[in-house]
Design a protein around this ligand. Structure first.
Ligand code: SF4
Ligand code: SF4
Length: 324
């Protein structure tokens, strides 16, 4: 039974998606085996990206420095754990009812890692991935034409800028692809300037060139510094000793802290920081989610303010997100 892209998109929006885009699987021809949708489903023809907006109000309390739980719960964990799996399930059922096998790929945080896996039995040939094969959600979203990856490394859509969460499905259905989106990120650098962890570096660019499809220009990311901001080490909930320890790492390099000591490993940092911030620990326990206590101060919120001020987004509000 034929199935069109319009039918799939109408169904996705009917099930609650705020954004939806489709990419032909040949756009992943240059992906490593561990990121290739055909390693999950050998007869895959298309990848579908669906997304839910993050309400601007979910960030308001963090902007004010007064209310942090709302973003982690309703702008992050609830979408990851409830809204998205339900939408993916309903959309997969809709497509499978038309006769095309369809698999949901979960959000980035659900990737459990592949280091310990033994190489897969299939496909035949040299390039056998280790499980767990898992698509790069942001790059895949760009290849599905839902938005452009900005200098911030975040997907920017024409409707919501950086304010959505994105999820993927892989299907045997051959669907008309969407065009690749460009021209949203203007390179203003607000994401880098406003990152509280100094985790983004324009001079350490980390570009992804997909031959004949897309050129993704990204700033380099120090994941360790970013994770420190996310877990609340710079938030008002961090005790003073954690804050000092964190600033020493953030002021340093990838090998040394600002005071000249060798930089601790992520495991050592986690042991030193995580349980000393009860608010973050409570978030993990109550919301079943990593805490999102940075709430993208630079890479999402500053970018949103900038793109809105430039009139680039189709979602409009009566008042600006950030006053000058
Ligand atoms: S703030 Fe947004 S628009 Fe500006 S450089 Fe960063 S990603 Fe691009
Ligand atoms: S989440 Fe926060 S710390 Fe990480 S890159 Fe974005 S602004 Fe920087």
């Amino acid at each position: 039974m034929p199935l069109t892209s319009k039918e799939v998109k109408d169904a996705a929006r009917g099930f609650g998606a705020d954004v939806v885009g489709i990419g032909s699987v040949n756009r992943w021809n240059s992906a490593p085996a561990e990121r290739d949708p055909r390693m999950i489903m050998p007869r895959a023809k298309s990848v579908i990206c669906v997304g839910f907006r993050v309400h601007r109000g979910d960030w308001r309390g963090v902007e004010e420095g007064t209310y942090y739980a709302g973003y982690t719960l309703t702008g992050f964990a609830d979408i990851n754990n409830h809204a998205a799996p339900m939408l993916q399930r309903r959309l997969a059922s809709f497509i499978e009812d038309r006769g095309f096998e369809t698999a949901a790929v979960l959000h980035d945080g659900a990737w459990l890692g592949q280091e310990s896996g033994r190489a897969a039995k299939r496909p035949n040939g040299a390039d056998k991935p280790k499980p767990d094969v898992f698509l790069n959600v942001r790059i895949s979203a760009a290849l599905c034409g839902v938005g452009e990856i900005g200098l911030s490394r975040v997907v920017l859509t024409p409707e919501f800028g950086p304010a959505q969460r994105l999820y993927l499905l892989v299907t045997e259905a051959e669907l008309e692809p969407d065009p690749i989106i460009t021209g949203i990120c203007d390179g203003c650098g607000e994401c880098i300037r406003r990152c509280p962890a100094r985790a983004l570096a324009r001079e350490k660019s980390d570009d992804v060139i997909v031959p004949g499809v897309a050129e993704i220009r990204r700033a380099g990311l120090d994941v360790t510094k970013c994770s420190l901001a996310h877990c609340g080490a710079l938030s008002p909930f961090a005790p003073e000793d954690v804050r000092e320890y964190t600033l020493d790492i953030i002021g340093g390099t990838e090998t040394h802290t600002a005071s000249g000591a060798p930089r601790p490993t992520r495991e050592e940092i986690a042991a030193n920081v995580t349980d000393k911030i009860p608010y973050a620990r409570n978030m993990r326990e109550y919301f079943q989610s990593p805490p999102g206590l940075c709430a993208g101060e630079g890479c999402q919120r500053a970018c949103l303010a900038h793109l809105e001020a430039c009139g680039k987004l189709t979602r409009r509000f009566a008042h600006p997100f950030r006053e000058k």
